[in-house]
Design a protein around this ligand. Structure first.
Ligand SMILES: Nc1ncnc2c1ncn2[C@@H]1O[C@H](COP(=O)(O)OP(=O)(O)OP(=O)(O)O)[C@@H](O)[C@H]1O
Ligand SMILES: O=P(O)(O)OC[C@@]1(O)O[C@H](CO)[C@@H](O)[C@@H]1O
Length: 309
């Protein structure tokens, strides 16, 4: 089974308006209330791609209830750990530019941590844990390492799509997949990523540390894939960008869904990039038909030369 784990979910209040002026009253006529948080987005896209999964999250208050109901309404199994704190609302403003305002998310209570660890310790060899989004708390990195250790000892494939101090620690835990974007890769390596070559070099460094597969997402510039066996670069398809929130999560979902269905790493990479772009081209997350339609437009180039299509 694939489990996603979102320690800081969110309700994504998504507002479209032709112009946004800071410091003024701005009125919008088009708003959406999406369940959010990276793991939750991964669960939603996996389900749309036909891959069953369980969404684990620490959630509370009316926003937490809303997220749970929304997911169950889409046929996704939820296993939420309740918290007394109201789940944050993240504001996504879509005008000429995309502006995001993410709340901090509450600290994780010790009881919630123990419940999560208990769940991971009950997972089976071959299961997946997608640990995605911010890991809260000053000792969040230590907790993330405990979760990763529990995965290692059970033979659970760990996928990491996070940011902040935990990211560095998790890179030492031999995860199956890490999906930093350029900024997160810069945080990880302590070096600013300015070019594709910089990104490739730092991704190789992660593989040398034991990360099994690294995908660096580069927004409209596509993505890079690095493992011990193969390196590749993908160009993202062109299209009208509507909302890029969750594009990276969709990439992760496309890769996992295809890998689970037996695709080669580069085919899974192509499906991932297609899913990321398919999400960027619509308001909500991508649907399977969007991914199928875009997959043929993603050019994946093996870096030793030769193009896999
Ligand atoms: N402007 C765009 N045009 C085409 N495809 C895009 C665009 N932005 C993102 N994508 C697709 O989505 C993938 C992931 O995007 P990005 O690097 O922005 O992820 P991210 O920063 O992790 O996003 P998020 O945290 O919002 O999920 C890219 O590799 C690409 O395939
Ligand atoms: O604050 P975090 O956990 O880093 O990111 C949270 C978030 O921006 O990420 C998702 C998109 O990837 C959104 O649904 C959500 O609002």
């Amino acid at each position: 089974m694939i489990y996603t784990c979102t320690l800081t979910p969110s309700l994504d209040y998504t507002v479209y308006l032709p112009e946004f002026t800071a410091g003024k009253l701005n009125r919008s006529e088009e708003v959406y209330y999406y369940p959010g948080g990276k793991g939750i987005n991964v669960s939603r896209v996996l389900k749309r791609l036909g891959t069953d999964n369980v969404a684990m999250a620490v959630a509370g208050g009316f926003t937490g209830d809303y997220i749970g109901q929304f997911l169950r309404g889409e046929g996704i199994r939820t296993d939420f750990i309740p918290t007394a704190d109201t789940t944050r609302i993240n504001v996504k403003i879509k005008s000429a530019e995309e502006t995001e305002l993410n709340g901090p998310g509450p600290e994780l209570a010790e009881e919630a941590r123990q419940q999560l660890l208990g769940r991971v310790r009950r997972m089976k060899s071959g299961d997946w844990l997608v640990l995605a989004g911010r890991i809260p708390g000053s000792d969040g990195a230590a907790f993330a390492v405990e979760l990763a250790g529990a995965c290692q000892s059970r033979g659970v494939r760990l996928v990491v799509d996070s940011s902040g101090p935990a990211l560095k620690e998790l890179a030492n835990m031999r995860p199956y997949l890490m999906k930093p974007n350029g900024e997160e890769l810069g945080e990880l390596s302590g070096k600013e990523i300015e070019t594709r070559e910089d990104a490739l070099e730092q991704a190789r460094g992660l593989v040398e540390k034991g990360v099994q597969n690294v995908i660096v997402s580069l927004g409209g510039d596509g993505a890079l894939f690095v493992s011990q066996e193969v390196e590749a670069s993908a160009e993202a398809p062109r299209g009208k960008v509507v909302n890029t929130v969750g594009a990276g999560d969709s990439l992760v979902s496309g890769f996992i869904a295809a890998t689970g269905a037996g695709a080669t790493p580069l085919e899974a990479f192509r499906r991932g990039v297609a899913a990321g772009s398919a999400t960027a081209f619509r308001s909500d997350l991508c649907r399977k038909e969007d991914v199928d339609a875009l997959a043929g437009q993603v050019t994946v180039t093996r870096l030793e030369g030769g193009t896999e299509r």
